[in-house]
Design a protein around this ligand. Structure first.
Ligand SMILES: [Zn+2]
Length: 323
C-alpha cells in the first residue's frame, strides 16, 4: 500500500459572471478545474446547485470523488460569515438580497465539509501563500475589477475584522464626490471600478464626447466594457478611455496610499481583471499617484501584480481548509 497523502482540497470562486472551481493539492497545485456561468435568474438554491455541478466537474477532471476531498472552500461575494457558512446580501447574484446557508447546502450536495469566506480575502491569502505576496508578512490585496475589493494579511495572518474588513473600494477619495455603486458618494470604486467607469463613459459618450469604447465593445461582441476593451481603446489612443483610466489611477493611488498610511504594510498586491491587465503598464503612474499621498514617503511598500491569474480565487478558497 502506498502511504496516505494529504487529501486534495476543493475551491470554488463564486463570481457575478462565472463560477470557477479547482481541485488543489497541499502545495496549491491544481489537479483539476472547471468553469460554469453563474445563473442569472432563480435564487441562491439554483446558484448553489450550479456550484456543486461545477465542483463535481473539477473533481472528475482530477480523477477523484467529492467525498475524497479534505473539504471544499468557497470564496463568496456579499457578506460571507466564516463561522456559520451563511452568505447574505450577495447583491450581484440572482435573488440573493437576504441570507442563505451556502455551506450547509453545498455540504449536502457534495458529501464533504464546506467553508465559506470573502472572495477577495481568500484571493489575497492565495497570493500571500503561493503568489506575488509570498515574501511578505504584512500586505494589502487590491482587486481592481468590476468593483474594487481589498484583502488584508497582518503579521502573516488574515485580518477580517468582524467579517467586513478590507473594503478598500469604499474608502472615500473625494468628499461629496461621484456616486458609487454602493449608493454612497466619493468612494474609490466610484472612480476606479469597471462598472462605474463604464457608466461614466456612457454618460460622456451620450453627451457627445467622442470615443471608440462602445464601437469596440460591439465589434468584439462583448456585453460590457471589459478590461480587454479598455486596453484596445488605450492602444488606439482613445481620449475618453485615457481620461477615465487616468481618473481611475488617481483614485486608486489616493485610496491605496491612505490604506498604506494606516497599516504600513510591506507590500500591495494588485489583482482583479483590470489590475492584472494594466498592472505592469500603469505601475509607474500608479506608484506616482500613491507617492503623493504617502505620509512616510522614503520607503513606499512594494507594489506587485497578482501572479495566480484566474484560478487565484478558487485556490485561495481551498486554503480555507489549510489555515
Ligand atoms: Zn462605495
Amino acid at each position: 500500500m502506498t502511504p496516505r497523502k494529504a487529501p486534495l482540497l476543493g475551491g470554488i470562486d463564486l463570481g457575478g459572471t462565472k463560477i470557477q472551481t479547482a481541485v488543489v493539492d497541499a502545495k496549491g497545485k491544481v489537479a483539476g478545474e472547471a468553469r460554469r456561468p453563474t445563473p442569472t435568474s432563480g435564487g441562491p438554491g439554483d446558484v448553489a446547485e450550479e456550484m456543486a455541478a461545477a465542483m463535481r466537474e473539477a473533481v472528475e477532471a482530477a480523477g477523484v470523488e467529492t467525498a475524497d476531498l479534505g473539504g471544499v472552500g468557497v470564496g463568496s461575494p456579499g457578506d460571507a460569515d466564516e463561522k456559520t457558512g451563511v452568505v447574505s446580501a450577495a447583491k450581484n447574484l440572482p435573488g440573493w438580497e437576504g441570507s442563505f446557508p451556502l455551506a450547509e447546502s453545498l455540504r449536502k450536495e457534495l458529501g464533504t465539509d464546506v467553508r465559506v469566506g470573502n472572495d477577495v480575502q481568500v484571493a489575497t491569502e492565495a497570493e500571500f501563500q503561493l503568489g506575488a505576496g509570498r515574501e511578505f508578512s504584512t500586505l494589502i490585496g487590491v482587486f481592481w475589477g468590476t468593483g474594487v475589493g481589498g484583502g488584508l494579511i497582518i503579521d502573516g495572518k488574515p485580518w477580517v475584522g468582524r467579517g467586513a474588513a478590507g473594503e478598500i473600494g469604499h474608502m472615500v477619495v473625494k468628499r461629496g464626490g461621484a456616486k458609487c455603486p454602493c449608493g454612497r458618494k466619493g468612494c474609490m470604486e466610484a472612480y476606479a471600478g469597471r462598472s462605474a467607469m463604464e457608466a461614466e463613459a456612457r454618460r460622456q459618450h451620450e453627451e457627445g464626447h467622442k470615443t471608440d469604447l462602445f464601437k469596440l465593445m460591439h465589434k468584439h461582441d462583448k456585453p460590457r466594457l471589459t478590461s480587454g476593451i479598455w486596453e484596445r481603446a488605450l492602444d488606439h489612443g482613445d481620449h475618453l478611455a485615457e481620461k477615465l483610466i487616468d481618473r481611475a489611477i488617481e483614485a486608486l493611488g489616493t485610496g491605496v496610499a491612505s490604506a498604506v498610511n494606516l497599516l504600513d504594510p510591506e507590500a500591495v498586491v494588485l489583482g482583479g481583471g483590470l489590475g492584472v491587465r494594466f498592472g505592469e503598464r500603469l505601475m509607474e503612474p500608479l506608484t506616482k499617484e500613491m507617492g503623493k499621498h504617502l505620509f512616510v514617503d522614503e520607503r513606499p511598500p512594494a507594489v506587485r501584480v497578482a501572479s495566480l491569474g484566474d484560478l487565484g480565487g478558487a485556490i485561495g478558497a481551498s486554503l480555507l481548509f489549510a489555515r
